[in-house]
Design a protein around this ligand. Sequence first.
Ligand code: ZN
Length: 158
Amino acid sequence: MKLKKVLTKEEYAKIRYKRREAACFIYYRPADGQYYIGKTKYGEPVSDDAQASVYLGSSLPVENGVPKDAICITTCHTHTPFLDGSFEQEREVGPSKGDYAYLSNGDESNYGIVLDYVGIFVQGRGYYIFPGHNVTDTPQMYIYYNNGRITDKYSFNN
Ligand SMILES: [Zn+2]
């Protein structure tokens, strides 16, 4: 039996459009001058306009599958699309308040990386994605800082 047929359109959308974030630590290893990407970790899947998040846990190299003499230099995480057009909450793109709160536990040179969409500019408010947008909308990498420096944006254009 197809799920699509036994559920109402709204119920099906809730399952189909569950969202979850992914994250990892990034390391530098002086011994070989290489960068290493730690294990990818996933957050709980959420529905509707619920806030998605991901818990990174320990940054110890050995617990993240990288050489034990590598040094953790930053984190990278994704934000989720809003593919379900049945709710009305838009989302501002780029680093969230929670992302800055995570940084503020460290020293002021700390920074983080988030992968999100470019978004649509809303006069006087900033850049947002809206429910029902396309998953392949233009992505962007944001580097955000703990010292008040303006967020850097990097596109993935070829
Ligand atoms: Zn975030």
